[in-house]
Design a protein around this ligand. Structure first.
Ligand code: G6P
Length: 485
């Protein structure tokens, strides 16, 4: 290997930095936020570590061409059409939909020739990552591959570099076997064998890990796929590779938590105070607030959240003029028609509620769509109630962040289908995300909770939410991989 080869490598589709071409033709760098970036940032930026990611837009591609970059980050300039098929076609429209159970059968999915063509691009894109990692890694280095975008990388990388210790982490839920079985059999097999090329697979909750095991046991029966549950150790999955004997992959749970130090420091800055004053002025002095903060993402269930709020105003007219729903809904994946449509529906329904119930001095729903982290933190701080009602979610960091920064205590209405529910369920008000009336009742319960109880529960929620800070989450995985024989 080359002398400055990396000892620790991370691979993810979206990297920690992105570039935009400004009007003068210069490149502006933007550092990403969020739990994934802060957790993986524990990799450090010394010469021993490397973060491999994809160039995502024109700015990123231009940066690669000009040789602009940050130390410790390598962007791959994968052919734009290949990337689009892999990212929009397979990762976001198939794998994301399968794991979040988002398909609206009988219209979709239809896995035909177009899907097969896109799957070919997904293979190429995964191969580009595997080849870059193989070229950059020192002997016996540790490689941590992230998410459904890169499911085939572990198997491909093992072929190229059997000396490496390879981990893969899923930041999403994992589909139950009956739903996973929608995928064509050969594709399901390729996907699972690709991931199982890793020494160790990480999941956010026990539930997603078990679902993975069930899928692997069902699909890999011809390979004698077997789940093992040793008493004192992590579970694992073993299968036979034709002509090569058995391979064992360990499976672990790492429930990524909120970064309390970072959030508290950031939430106390003046720009957050300013945003809070502006939101307070919009909501109206003295009114209660129900806050939600999400990417406008189908799985986040924003429409049913608005319907539930509408039912609250119908069932409990005493709340009219006394409560405001602040919905921060940041557009996401706008290359996909179904996301554009959903985004439009969210604003249509919010407008409808405002037209129907609003008065001269009261706007029932306040929507903001411009992604603004300071405003998100301001909304967290002032929320009386946080509504987190996803249909399905790997973890959901909003549920974990609100109790950490709340000023006076906040009641959490939380979907039982969010991974975070495994850790926060005891002090949240649990909802079935499809049950609109049940969610309306939960909002009423949250609004009527006493201030003392809200504060008490928030304290306990914050303790649970910060049990595994991002840095520790990363280091634990590194440690577990290094302990592999
Ligand atoms: C969420 C999910 C991650 C995923 C990311 C991709 O944060 O929890 O599992 O990697 O979305 O988002 P993007 O905007 O890159 O499609």
């Amino acid at each position: 290997m080359v002398s400055d080869a990396a000892q620790i490598l991370v691979a993810s589709n979206r990297g920690p930095v992105s570039y935009e071409l400004n009007e003068d033709g210069e490149l502006d760098a933007r550092r990403g936020g969020g739990g994934l970036v802060s957790g993986l940032s524990a990799i450090g930026s010394d010469a021993q570590s490397l973060w491999v990611c994809a160039a995502l837009g024109d700015g990123d591609r231009e940066a690669v061409r000009r040789g602009v970059g940050e130390p410790g980050v390598r962007m791959l300039d994968i052919d734009a059409a290949v990337h689009a098929d892999a990212y929009n076609g397979i990762a976001n429209s198939v794998l994301w939909f399968v794991h979040h159970m988002l398909y609206q059968t009988p219209l979709e999915p239809a896995f035909g020739r177009e899907f097969r063509r896109q799957w070919g691009a997904y293979r190429l894109y995964n191969r580009a990552f595997a080849e870059a990692l193989a070229a950059e890694a020192a002997d016996d280095a540790v490689v941590l591959v992230q998410d459904y975008h890169l499911a085939l990388v572990p198997g491909m990388l093992r072929e190229l570099r059997p000396d490496l210790r390879i981990g893969h982490f899923s930041h999403t839920p994992w589909a139950p076997p009956e739903y996973f079985a929608m995928l064509p059999g050969d594709i399901a097999e390729e996907l699972l064998l690709g991931m199982l090329g890793a020494d160790r697979l990480g999941f956010l909750t026990k539930r997603w890990l078990r679902a993975f095991q069930s899928c692997a046991t069902a699909v890999l029966a011809p390979y004698d796929g077997t789940s093992l549950w040793p008493k004192d150790n992590e579970p694992s999955f073993e299968f036979r590779i034709p002509g090569r004997g058995r391979h064992r992959t360990r499976l672990g749970v790492h429930g990524l938590g909120a970064d309390a130090d970072f959030l508290r420091e950031r939430a106390a800055r003046p720009d957050v105070d300013e945003r809070m004053a502006a939101l307070r002025a919009q909501a109206g002095e003295g009114r209660r607030t129900i806050v939600r903060v999400d990417r406008t993402e189908l799985s986040k269930n924003i429409l049913r959240g608005l319907q539930a709020y509408q039912e609250l105003l119908e069932e409990h007219p005493e709340w009219r003029e006394r409560v405001v729903h602040i919905a921060l809904a940041y557009p996401s994946r706008q290359d996909l028609e179904v996301y554009r449509h959903y985004t439009a529906e969210v604003s249509r329904l919010a407008d409808e509620i405002n037209a129907r119930y609003g008065t001269a001095g009261w706007t029932p729903v306040v929507v903001h769509v411009k992604d603004d982290f300071a405003r998100s933190l301001a909304a967290y701080r002032m929320a009386d109630v946080a509504l987190v009602n996803p249909i399905r979610d790997g973890m959901n960091l909003v549920a974990k962040e609100v109790p950490v920064v709340t000023d006076l205590g906040c009641a959490l209405v939380l979907s039982r289908e969010a991974g975070a529910h495994e850790e926060l369920g005891d002090d949240a008000i649990t909802v079935n995300p499809y049950d609109v009336s049940g969610t309306a009742a939960a909002l009423h319960e949250a609004l009527t909770m006493s201030a003392d109880e809200r504060a008490e529960r928030s304290k306990r929620l914050a303790a649970a939410a910060t049990a595994l800070p991002p840095r520790q989450w990363f280091l634990d995985q590194l440690q577990a991989l290094r302990e592999e024989g």
